[in-house]
Write a protein that binds this ligand. Structure first.
Ligand SMILES: [Zn+2]
Length: 158
């Protein structure tokens, strides 16, 4: 069932999410998982942050930077997914650091970490993303401005 979410609902969801998941709580999951996976050596290299610009992606792993990003809007709507998403994205970082960038993102190495963590090894979510998709026109504009920003930065460094 879908329903329209008001801005107030969304704000309340996010406020509750941030209250229930202070940084120490997220850090604790990361530490627990790294210990479980014998990957504690990665602890100092891995960072995580909320990214409110994520749209229909609930979380993502920036493999080169070793950063885990979480979507506060989608997780605010689905707080029960929080632990699973942190574990899912963290498993990507651990898999890549162990097996390199050529490893299949949701292949057996990643799946074995998920099973060890007692989490589902599904690759995608089927959550309500009403209102979160970016309209084509807006996406084009954003891409152009990102290019412009890149060019400006490049120019500035010359
Ligand atoms: Zn994934």
């Amino acid at each position: 069932m879908t329903r329209l979410t008001t801005i107030d609902d969304e704000r309340r969801n996010i406020a509750e999410l941030l209250r229930d998941w202070p940084p120490a709580a997220v850090d604790a999951i990361i530490q627990e998982m790294l210990a479980l996976w014998n990957a504690e050596d990665l602890c100092d290299r891995i960072c995580w942050r909320w990214n409110s610009r994520l749209r229909t992606t609930i979380g993502r792993a920036l493999l080169e930077e070793m950063i885990l990003e979480l979507n506060p809007i989608l997780l605010g709507r689905n707080p029960d997914e929080m632990r699973g998403v942190v574990v899912h994205e963290l498993a990507h970082l651990v898999t890549t650091s162990r097996y390199g960038f050529a490893v299949a993102p949701h292949g057996r190495q990643w799946k074995s970490l998920m099973y060890a963590a007692g989490e589902s090894a599904r690759a995608t979510h089927t959550l309500n993303v009403d209102g979160l998709r970016v309209k084509a026109k807006r996406r084009r504009r954003r891409r152009k401005s990102a290019v412009e920003a890149f060019i400006a930065r490049f120019r500035g460094s010359l």
